[in-house]
Design a protein around this ligand. Structure first.
Ligand code: ADP
Ligand code: ZN
Length: 512
């Protein structure tokens, strides 16, 4: 057959390869095993579709979601590729098997549970294969954020056809997960190809929650274009959408619990709009092609840095300036730690690493971009000039004394009261409750003096929760975590990052 570039022109209608596509395609055409890590939108599908068109035989594509498979099938057929899906909802399965055996398919999409079955293996043995493409390959790793046991069963199938090249693809894998994917799928270390992850036009900013609705309303007032706000629950998306509608911007909610026609309409309205704000759960955004999203806000901690990178990556695909602003609270970390205890033991180290990476990201006084890129194994300069910390370097304050006072107060009051109560004890505010509890007689009552120290109490509480020096029980009562002792004994210090004061914009703000 002809060369890849002419197929790129004739079949796909693209003038040139993008980024690492060319190196991935040439490895595949040379029959080598490859793992391609490419951010969303970088053009992963082409990396197997083009070889599938050029090589003799069928490329088997393993993909985890039936809906996604059907989208890809339509896209492939639209450019004239001979493709089919083999899933439980396809009624033409017998016909598809026939087309495969007759050598009439370039692409055959299957789910991992079907691919690993013996029926499927028998079918493949009777036809001709050109390539195995394993999409969303991070699902094979317990280190990944989306482990699917079915992916583990693929290896025997792949090994049954040792001469058929394999191409694993993912958008979201940190360095640890990548090594695991290589190992699990039998791909050599030098088969790893990673696309540049930097999105220089996105300005990253991260703030502690104060009044999230007001903070996001301020952001909206500064950002005229379309924006996505991620909230953590269905109820939260609706509540926040209602509050943000008061900014005067058209606002919609989006979550899986909406009636399908309403959901589809909200999505279509957003895609068509030039100024709409959509408040959504993380389900929103997969497969949506809207290049002019000007901001992505997170009203709460994302699941992982990978998830954060993928979600913020939906901003500024057109290359124009865009903003990604994350608002986090200490309770986000406390909840995540609680959830961690509920997952299987084997997966806990991965979950713990994910949470501490997020902790490092929100806490750093250094460049956010550098930290993000380092997470994906990319080098970056120390100062990107386009994140909150690089634009307005924060000051670090030693808050060890306030932290010790806070921990003592928690201890003296019996490790069962919340942040607000502890604050009132430390600042010596007399109340019926503190009188009744006899807490006004404690040495810690009123031990914090001066407005400067008092202003540190809440940020200190947040930092202590984040560092697992404190844990909150189901009722918000604080108790000691494993990191408390070292601080109390003076063996550890607590340094707080104090964001530079900035003027609050009040234009068109909602609530306050
Ligand atoms: P990913 O799966 O990596 O998120 P896709 O494979 O869906 O990305 O591709 C993203 C978009 O980029 C698609 O619209 C695709 O048609 C387009 N695309 C892919 N490769 C090229 C290329 N070489 N030149 C121009 N557009 C491309
Ligand atoms: Zn920076």
């Amino acid at each position: 057959m002809t060369d890849p570039v002419s197929v790129l022109h004739s079949t796909f209608g693209f003038p040139a390869f993008r980024g690492v596509q060319e190196s991935v395609v040439s490895r595949v055409l040379a029959g080598e095993r490859t793992l391609a890590v490419m951010p969303t939108g970088a053009g992963k599908s082409l990396c197997y579709q083009l070889p599938a068109v050029m090589l003799e035989g069928t490329c088997v594509v393993v993909s985890p979601l039936i809906a996604l498979m059907h989208d890809q099938l339509r896209a492939a057929e639209a450019v004239g590729i001979r493709a089919a899906t083999l899933t439980s909802v396809d009624e033409n399965r017998a016909e598809t098997r026939g087309r495969f055996l007759d050598g009439e398919l370039d692409l055959l999409y299957v789910a991992p549970e079907r691919a690993s079955g013996s029926d499927f293996r028998d079918l493949l043995e009777r036809g001709k294969l050109s390539l195995f493409a394993i999409d969303e390959a991070h699902c094979v790793s317990e280190w990944g954020h989306d482990f699917r046991p079915d992916y583990r069963l693929l290896r025997p199938l792949l090994d049954r056809f040792p001469d058929v090249p394999r191409l694993a693809l993912t958008a979201t894998a940190d360095t640890h997960t990548r090594a695991d994917i290589l190992d699990q799928l039998g791909i050599p270390k030098d088969g790893l190809i990673v696309a540049g992850f930097d999105r220089p036009n996105i300005r990253y900013a991260i703030s502690a929650k104060d009044n999230t609705t007001r903070q996001i309303a301020d952001l909206i007032a500064e950002q005229p274009g379309p924006g996505i706000v991620y909230a953590q629950t269905r109820a939260a998306t609706e509540k926040l959408a209602e509050a943000l509608a008061k900014t005067g911007r058209p606002t919609r909610a989006y979550h899986a619990g909406l009636e399908p026609p309403i959901r589809a309409k909200n999505q279509a309205d957003f895609v068509a709009s030039e100024d709409m704000v959509i408040v959504a759960t993380v389900a929103f955004g997969m497969g949506i092609d809207k290049p002019d999203v000007r901001f992505v806000a997170h009203a709460g901690l994302p699941k992982s840095i990978e998830a954060y990178y993928q979600e913020t990556g939906r901003a500024g695909r057109d290359g124009d300036p865009a903003v990604a602003h994350l608002f986090w609270g200490a309770e986000d970390f406390a909840k995540a730690r609680q959830r961690m205890n509920e997952v299987e033991t084997a997966r806990q180290p991965g979950e713990r690493a994910r949470l501490s990476a997020l902790g490092a990201l929100v806490e750093t006084a250094g460049c956010r971009r550098k930290l993000l890129l380092a997470h994906f194994g990319d080098d970056a300069p120390d100062n990107c000039g386009n994140c909150d910390n690089c634009l307005n370097p924060p000051a670090a304050t030693d808050a060890t004394t306030v932290a010790q006072k806070f921990l003592s107060a928690v201890f003296r009051t019996g490790q069962s009261f919340g942040v607000g109560y502890i604050e009132s004890i430390l600042t010596g505010q007399s109340s019926e409750r503190s009188l009744m509890n006899g807490h006004e007689a404690l040495s810690v009552f009123g031990i914090v003096d001066g407005a400067e120290e008092a202003a540190l109490i809440k940020p200190v509480a947040r930092a202590l929760l984040l560092k697992d020096a404190l844990r909150a029980n189901d009722f918000g009562g604080l108790e000691f975590g494993p990191a408390a002792k070292a601080l109390l004994k003076g063996e550890a210090e607590l340094s707080l990052i104090v964001p530079p004061k900035r003027e609050r914009r009040r234009r068109g703000s909602a609530g306050g």
